[in-house]
Write a protein that binds this ligand. Structure first.
Ligand SMILES: [Zn+2]
Ligand SMILES: [Zn+2]
Length: 305
């Protein structure tokens, strides 16, 4: 392994086994940004006059996305950028990351909205967890519901999330293992969803970028690194899949890229087969949001609280 940049000979900050090369901070940053830009261009993630809302947790990945997009949009005169933070109400865990989200938005001059579980659902996640043990499923469903409703109220055309290559690949394998084909449609840089006024399309600019490289980018760009784990995290399947994929990558460098590209070739066929028809989408009886059944998943879970 060489500790010198392959291009300029400066001290390297990363060695990529999958390409057998090392890079200095400057050249790594250049490549990182150009990969994200090409994802955005090739997948057509944004229009010139989009109003884009970043789902900002205050964690490293979404902070890096916020910084990246705010710099990119400086040159897009008609695009607009806002941020949305969900306050699930998790003591000692969420408070600090909300402060970081506020600081970043202050610094970048981006308007930040904060939406809380307490306000939207009448209870914080801590309170929900007192009686029931739904953990990540509960939280994920409610968070997705709230992100959609709030970003729509904010007038967003797109909701940008910071999912990276590792997140995405873990989800692909988890869906395979669970046999959940419909959920596969949430994957991809620009997930397949119905055109519907009530749904704010998600986009994932970091989706082709390994987690380790997003972390390095955040570090090089001096972002505050708050990455404590959520106290309710319990998704053991995700951890198993993560460990498996990391082990494969260690033994056979570039496995992750290969597996992601294979999935991308499959995705158009999956979309064709599993996308809901317009007719099967209705409005939830309780909250009015779109759902494929009579009551949406969020309302179904809320009823159990
Ligand atoms: Zn260099
Ligand atoms: Zn509902």
């Amino acid at each position: 392994m060489s500790s010198k940049c392959w291009k300029c000979g400066d001290t390297a900050v990363i060695h990529r086994k999958y390409e057998g090369k090392s890079w200095c901070a400057r050249h790594f940053t250049e490549q990182f940004e150009s990969l994200v830009k090409s994802t955005i261009r090739e997948e057509g993630l944004f229009e010139n006059d989009d109003s884009v809302c970043v789902a900002l947790s205050g964690g490293m990945d979404s902070s890096a996305l916020m910084l990246f997009l705010s710099e990119m949009f400086e040159n897009w005169r008609n695009a607009e950028l806002t941020a949305l933070t969900i306050d699930e109400g998790i003591k000692n865990y969420r408070d600090e990351s909300i402060e970081i989200a506020k600081e970043i938005c202050d610094e970048l001059g981006v308007e930040l909205h904060i939406a809380s579980f307490k306000e939207a659902f009448g209870k914080t996640l801590d309170e929900i967890m007192e009686d029931k043990e739904y953990g990540c499923t509960y939280c994920g469903v409610l968070r997705r519901w709230l992100l959609n409703v709030k970003s729509r109220e904010m007038g967003a055309d797109k909701l940008a999330t910071a999912h990276n290559l590792d997140d995405e690949l873990q989800s692909i394998f988890m869906n395979y293992l669970k046999g959940d084909m419909k959920r596969m449609l949430r994957l991809g840089a620009k997930p397949a969803v119905l055109e519907n006024d009530k749904f704010v399309p998600r986009v994932k600019p970091f989706r082709n970028t390994p987690e380790r490289e997003v972390a390095l980018y955040a570090k090089i760009r001096d972002l505050e690194l708050h990455q404590t784990e959520c106290p309710y995290v319990e998704d053991s399947l995700r951890f198993d899949v993560r460990d498996f994929l990391n082990e494969m990558e260690r033994k056979r460098p570039s496995t992750k890229f290969t597996a992601l590209r294979a999935f991308d070739k499959l995705l158009p066929a999956l979309k064709e087969k599993f996308t809901d028809s317009e007719a099967s989408v209705q409005n939830c009886e309780r909250c009015g949001e779109i759902t494929s059944g009579e009551v949406c998943k969020a309302c179904e879970l809320l009823e159990k609280i």
